[in-house]
Design a protein around this ligand. Sequence first.
Ligand SMILES: Nc1ncnc2c1ncn2[C@@H]1O[C@H](COP(=O)(O)OP(=O)(O)O)[C@@H](O)[C@H]1O
Ligand SMILES: [Mg+2]
Length: 351
Amino acid sequence: MSDTLLDIKDLSIEYHTEFEKVYAVNGLSLKLNYGETLGLVGETGAGKTTTALGIIRLLPDGIGIVTKGSIQLDGTDMVHESEEKVRKLRGKTVSMIFQDPMTSLNPIKTVGDQIQEVLRAHDRSMSKAELSRQVDEMMEMVGIPSYRKTEYPHEFSGGMKQRIVIAMALVCEPKLILADEPTTALDVTIQAQMLGLIRNLQKKLNTAMILITHDLGVVANTCEKVAVMYAGEIVENGFAEQIFCQEKLHPYTRGLFNAIPKLDVETSRLEAIEGMVPDPTQRIEGCRFANRCRFATPACSQEPPYVEVENGHFIKCHLFSGENRSGKTIPETVSGSLTREKSVVSEKEVS
Ligand SMILES: Nc1ncnc2c1ncn2[C@@H]1O[C@H](COP(=O)(O)OP(=O)(O)O)[C@@H](O)[C@H]1O
Ligand SMILES: [Mg+2]
């Protein structure tokens, strides 16, 4: 059996609304092995949620459209497979944890019934006793006493609700979890607890995960691989240790790192990555980050190549192509001194 669980090739997704066409995902390629954890990072509007919705095929009907490329998930063509087959895969092969737990919870059903429904959708033959046993076990696993299964969502705190959503996402032991900013709405202590919980369960069940976040700190603690998304494409992809050692980085990723306040450097104010994210309703030739990049050259009007700068570490940038590939002729600032600058992005910029 191949190691590859998810293989996305040259995927483009557009939103066609009454007024405009939004190019949300542009030629994205990504691979994930069974059991692997990938952090998908990038600013608001980068196309992270759209990518996840594409994978689980929950794009808004008639509005979110895959216009190009393929998504193979555990041997299934998620772009062309019938709706009936895809429905069966949701929960069992792939499940999604949304940022707001109420996206997944029904306010007028008990939480026990909701977890049970996920189980029943995949196995109609399960006895009542067995269903009940599995619901209890899953609730205990996420740290909620099972006697609370007869309660309704509003009787739980935000963190508890998210635990129930995690229970629903994991109860059928899917091969892939898409966790879309699962902790953003929670306070910091609960955030850490929740990530620990997801990570433990995921290890126990050997579930692969795509963790969508704007927080590189979260990725450092949780993920083996990192993909950085900018304006609908992946500009950098590699093992976490390659990205976090910060030796060779895409200028945009460098900017994200500078967004993390450093305890050892005095910063008087947080400085944003200058410039604006390109208008997603416009098609762009060449590098999409060029208008904000301080290393941009005329070459950047051409589509940048994906360069493997070290084993398994890819950067989509002209700085690393051709004679620059070894990194020798890259301006010193790219690989070093930028980190010493005071540029720090405000929370708003990266969230
Ligand atoms: N239902 C929708 N209709 C039109 N445009 C949308 C819709 N959902 C998202 N978009 C647009 O698609 C782009 C990508 O959004 P999204 O995938 O939500 O980004 P992220 O999750 O990285 O913040 C943004 O420009 C966003 O405004
Ligand atoms: Mg999002």
